[in-house]
Ligand binder design. Structure first.
Ligand SMILES: NC(=O)c1ccc[n+]([C@@H]2O[C@H](COP(=O)([O-])OP(=O)(O)OC[C@H]3O[C@@H](n4cnc5c(N)ncnc54)[C@H](OP(=O)(O)O)[C@@H]3O)[C@@H](O)[C@H]2O)c1
Length: 266
């Protein structure tokens, strides 16, 4: 049993936890084996939710996360599926129903980048990015909607990007896919509000994960100099916002794009 956190005794992130806000709920987090998705799954579990850990190929990382969730006393179901492939997403839903039951929260987090200047961008780089970043969001939302329609606390949370809001050199494919997620989120929020399903997006700025690890040092320095807070974000900082949007505290929030970017884009 974990000790309740206080100002004198905060959690490992230096925070006072406000309680297990998602007790008894089930969440699917796509792309949860690493980076932001991993922290989202952990934060949901710390708040009492059972989690489906979706990923594509990092079996060990996904199994390791499941062990941590298990130690927290919540149920984890690990499932490898390419979110860009509708058949695999349908199979995942069947497996989730069989082993966990229906889900209440869908976090569309899986995403990839294939960065290159547009003049050199091959059709494959465009299609791959759209397959995961946009078709993945379509496929998972389409397939899990049936569960959400039956939930008392249904939430869809889509992870877009600051790059979808302001564009970026070398990322025309990625930026277009992330801008698409914003339009999708707002449209779906309007369509699903009458069913009580809240649909929101989170737009992280530059967050310290594997996605940033390939960026050369001098470029990293340049990016940091453009961030008013003068640092990259942490995956946990995105995860906390997901918990908020998934919780009852966000009951009247839908169609919102929440920036988590240290002030880089306002
Ligand atoms: N890091 C940033 O600065 C930043 C900023 C803004 C937005 N974002 C967005 O935040 C999300 C997470 O990014 P991240 O930085 O955490 O990325 P990451 O560290 O590269 O992790 C990506 C995750 O997505 C999974 N994934 C990739 N393709 C998949 C597919 N086809 N089907 C299912 N899962 C798949 C990966 O699984 P495997 O481990 O099996 O490959 C991994 O778990 C993405 O949507 C990204 O665009 C990131």
């Amino acid at each position: 049993m974990q000790e309740p956190t206080t100002r004198e005794n905060p959690n490992e992130d230096g925070l006072v936890e406000t309680g297990r806000r998602l007790e008894g709920r089930r969440a699917v987090v796509t792309g949860a084996s690493r980076g932001i998705g991993r922290e989202i799954a952990l934060a949901l579990a710390r708040n009492g939710a059972d989690v489906v850990i979706n990923y594509r190929s990092s079996d060990e990382d996904a199994d390791d996360l499941a062990r941590v969730v298990d130690e927290l006393g919540e149920q984890a179901w690990v499932y490898s599926a390419d979110v860009g492939e509708m058949d695999q997403v349908k199979e995942m839903k069947r497996s989730v129903e069989k082993h966990m039951g229906k889900v209440d929260i869908l976090v569309n987090n899986a995403g990839i980048n294939r960065d290159t200047m547009f003049s050199k961008m091959e059709e494959d780089a465009w299609k791959e990015v759209f397959s995961v970043n946009m078709n993945g969001v379509f496929n998972c939302t389409k397939v899990f909607l049936e569960h959400l329609e039956q939930s008392t606390y249904p939430r869809i949370i889509n992870i877009t990007s600051i790059v979808g809001q302001m564009g970026n050199v070398g990322q025309a494919n990625y930026a277009a896919s992330k801008a698409g997620i914003i339009g999708f989120t707002k449209s779906l929020a309007k369509e699903l509000a009458r069913k009580g399903i809240n649909v929101n997006a989170i737009a992280p700025g530059f967050i310290e994960t594997d996605m940033l690890s390939g960026v050369p040092d001098e470029v990293r320095k340049k990016i940091v100099s453009l961030i008013p807070m003068r640092r990259f974000g942490k995956p946990e900082e995105v995860a906390r916002a997901v918990v908020f949007l998934a919780s009852d505290d966000a009951d009247y929030i839908t169609g919102h794009v929440l920036n988590i970017n240290g002030g880089m884009y306002l």
